[in-house]
Design a protein around this ligand. Structure first.
Ligand code: GLC
Ligand code: CA
Length: 569
C-alpha cells in the first residue's frame, strides 16, 4: 500500500462491504479498557508464558467484567529484551504469543462480543534486531542508514567518552559504543531505555512514513486504536547538551516538532472508518499532556498524577481537578488509572504510607511492611471513585482480583532489564507482572498447564483466583462487576460533570451530574469513620466499597478507608 492514503477514502476495518464493526461516536470518551499484559494473562500452549490463544480462551471472562475493550501489551516480533517493548518487526506477531492468524482470530472474537481491541505501539525506539538498526550498524558513520537512529561520535581524545552525560531510564549511560566493520570502536548510539532499544531519529524523513504505514497495517486488520509508548519522547534536543541532573532533554512543546508526528498519525486514523483512537503515555505535567490531546492530535492520555497519588484526599483531589481542567481546555476526556505493568500494584502502594518515586519506572521509595488487607480496602474505595469520575477507566489485569505486588521474587528469577541495568539496586517491575491466578489452590492456578511459569507464582494465592472470587459476593471481582454494570446503565456515572462538596478533613465528596439523578460519591481516606458532607447529612447507598454498608441502606457516616455511592433520600 502506498503511504499517500487519500483522506477522502475511508478504509473499512476488514476490507469488506459489511458495515464497520466499530460503532458509537467517540466511544473512547467514556470507556473502560482492560489492559492485558500478554505474558501474564493466560497460557494457551503450556510453555509457561501467556499468549494470544490464552486470551481468546478467556474472552468470556473479560466480557463478564463489563469492560468496553482491551489494550494488549506488545506482541509484535521481539527479542524480548524489555518484554516486547523492543520490536524487531512491527508487522508480525512474536512466536511466543502466536501468529498473525491468531491475532486475526482475537480481533474477530473481540468484535463478535462488541469489545474494542487496541494495541501497544512503540515508535520511540526499535529493537537492536530491527533490520533498520542492523543496516545502520553495517553501513557505517555518515550513512543514510545511520541517520535513522541517533549515532554520534564520542568525546575524549579517541571518542572513548559518551557524547553527553544523559542517563538511561533503566540505569547506566544512555549511549552505547559500536564496533565498526573494520573491528575498531566507533560511534555511539542513543537509547533512552536499554541498549537493546536504540532510539529512532524522528527528524529522518524515512521514519514517519514507515510508522504511519505500520499503523495502517493494523488498522486495516481491524484494530480500534493504540496505546502509544513513551509518546512524548521522540524529539530529543538535537544539540544533545550535557544537563545538570543528567536527565535527557526532551522538549514537548509545539516548537519541538513532536506534535507534528501526532497530527500525521491523526490523519492516518481519520482515513479509516469507525472511531480509531490512541491513548498517549507521558509523565509530563497536565498542561503539557493536554497539548497531545488537541482535536487534531490524539484522544486520551494516562493521568499519572492520579496514579501516583498517595492515599490522601488532597493529593487525589488535586490530581482530579488539574487533569480535568487541562483536558477540558482542549475538549479531551480524562483517564483514571491506578495500576499498570510499570509500577508496584496499588494494593501494595495503598497498604503502606510510602510514595512512588521515579518517572518511567516508579518504585516504592523504600522497603516497607505492606498491610495487604488495608491496601485492599483502599483499592476498593479507589475503584469506586474511579468508576464514577467522568472519562475513561483503564484496569490492569489482576487489579480486579485485588492482587498485591509480589515483592519477594527471588533475585535469580528477576527479568526486568532494570535489575541488571541498575547494578542490582532496583528490583524493577516484575512484582506487578506475576501471572494471573485463575483457579485451584496451587501454582500455577490454572494460568498454565506448566508448573514452570515465566515468573513463579506465590503460594497462598488460592483466594485471589477468578474461580474463588467468582463465588464470593464480597470479592474485589464482584465489586468491579457491580460498579461497571451500574456505570454502564446510569447516565451520570463515568460521564456527568462533577461538583465538589464541602467535606470533613480526609474526605473527598463530589456530586456527579445526571439527567436521571445525581450520584454523590464520598471517599473517606481517614482511618476513622467520617460524617457525610453537611449538604447531604443522610444518603441512600447505591454501592459501597465496604461490605458492611449494604446497598439500599441509609447512611450518615462513611467507614474508614471506604467509598460510598449515594443518592439523596
Ligand atoms: C514504557 C512502557 C515500559 C517500557 C518503556 C520502554 O514506559 O510502559 O514498560 O519499558 O516504555 O519501551
Ligand atoms: Ca504460551
Amino acid at each position: 500500500m502506498s503511504d499517500a492514503n487519500p483522506g477522502t477514502h475511508r478504509e473499512r476495518a476488514d476490507g469488506s462491504d459489511s458495515p464497520a464493526q466499530v460503532t458509537g461516536a467517540e466511544w473512547w470518551r467514556h470507556a473502560v479498557i482492560y489492559q492485558i499484559y500478554p505474558r501474564s494473562f493466560a497460557d494457551g500452549n503450556g510453555d509457561g508464558i501467556g499468549d494470544l490463544r490464552g486470551i481468546i480462551d478467556h474472552l468470556d471472562y473479560i466480557d463478564s467484567l463489563g469492560v468496553d475493550g482491551i489494550w494488549l501489551g506488545p506482541v509484535m516480533s521481539s527479542p524480548q529484551a524489555d518484554h516486547g517493548y523492543d520490536v524487531a518487526d512491527y508487522r508480525d506477531i512474536d512466536p511466543i504469543f502466536g501468529t498473525l492468524a491468531d491475532m486475526d482470530d482475537l480481533i474477530a472474537a473481540c468484535h463478535q462480543r462488541g469489545l474494542k481491541i487496541t494495541l501497544d505501539f512503540v515508535p520511540n525506539h526499535t529493537s537492536e534486531a530491527h533490520p533498520w538498526f542492523q543496516a545502520a550498524l553495517a553501513a557505517g558513520p555518515g550513512s543514510p542508514e545511520r541517520d535513522r537512529y541517533l549515532f554520534r561520535p564520542g568525546r575524549g581524545e579517541h571518542g572513548e567518552l559518551p557524547p553527553n552525560n544523559w542517563r538511561s531510564v533503566f540505569g547506566g549511560p544512555s549511549w552505547t559504543r559500536v564496533i565498526e566493520s573494520d573491528g575498531t570502536p566507533g560511534e555511539w548510539y542513543y537509547h533512552l531505555f536499554a541498549p537493546e532499544q536504540p532510539d529512532l531519529n524522528w527528524r529522518n524523513p524515512d521514519v514517519l512514513p514507515e510508522f504511519s504505514d505500520v499503523l495502517r497495517f493494523w488498522l486495516r486488520r481491524g484494530i480500534d486504536g493504540f496505546r502509544i509508548d513513551v509518546s512524548d519522547a521522540p524529539m530529543k534536543d538535537p544539540g544533545f547538551p550535557d544537563t545538570a541532573d543528567e536527565q535527557p532533554l526532551i522538549p514537548k512543546d509545539e516548537a519541538s516538532g513532536v506534535h507534528d508526528i501526532y497530527r500525521a498519525f491523526r490523519t492516518v486514523f481519520d482515513s479509516f472508518d469507525g472511531d480509531r483512537m490512541a491513548v498517549v503515555e507521558t509523565g509530563a505535567p497536565a498542561e503539557i499532556v493536554a497539548l497531545f490531546l488537541r482535536p487534531d492530535e490524539m484522544n486520551l492520555a494516562f493521568n499519572f498524577s492520579f496514579t501516583r497519588s498517595p492515599w490522601d484526599a488532597d493529593a487525589i483531589r488535586d490530581a482530579i481537578t488539574s487533569a480535568l481542567a487541562a483536558n477540558d481546555a482542549v475538549g479531551a476526556p480524562t483517564t483514571w488509572v491506578t495500576d499498570n505493568h510499570d509500577m508496584p500494584r496499588s494494593v501494595s502502594r495503598y497498604g503502606t504510607s510510602l510514595r512512588l518515586v521515579g518517572e518511567y519506572v516508579p518504585a516504592l521509595d523504600q522497603q516497607a511492611e505492606v498491610d495487604v488487607a488495608l491496601g485492599i480496602r483502599r483499592h476498593r474505595a479507589m475503584a469506586l471513585l474511579m468508576c464514577a469520575l467522568p472519562g475513561t477507566v483503564y484496569l490492569y489485569n489482576g487489579q480486579e482480583l485485588g492482587l498485591p505486588n509480589v515483592d519477594d521474587l527471588p533475585e535469580a528469577v528477576l527479568q526486568d532489564p532494570v535489575w541488571e541495568r541498575s547494578g542490582h539496586t532496583e528490583r524493577g517491575r516484575d512484582g506487578c507482572r506475576v501471572p494471573m491466578p485463575w483457579s485451584g489452590d496451587e501454582p500455577p492456578y490454572g494460568f498454565s498447564t506448566n508448573r514452570q511459569t515465566w515468573l513463579p507464582m506465590p503460594q497462598g494465592w488460592g483466594h485471589y483466583t477468578v474461580e474463588n472470587e467468582d463465588a464470593d459476593a464480597e470479592s474485589m471481582l464482584m465489586l468491579y462487576r457491580r460498579a461497571l454494570s451500574l456505570r454502564a446503565i446510569h447516565p451520570g456515572l463515568g460521564r456527568g460533570a462533577i461538583r465538589w462538596l464541602e467535606a470533613a478533613d480526609a474526605v473527598l465528596a463530589l456530586e456527579v451530574a445526571s439527567e436521571l439523578e445525581p450520584v454523590v460519591v464520598v471517599v473517606n481516606t481517614g482511618g476513622t469513620p467520617a460524617p457525610l458532607p453537611a449538604e447531604i447529612p443522610v444518603g441512600i447507598t447505591i454501592l459501597s466499597s465496604d461490605p458492611t454498608v449494604p446497598t439500599g441502606s441509609n447512611v450518615v457516616e462513611i467507614p474508614a478507608d471506604a467509598t460510598v455511592w449515594l443518592r439523596r433520600p
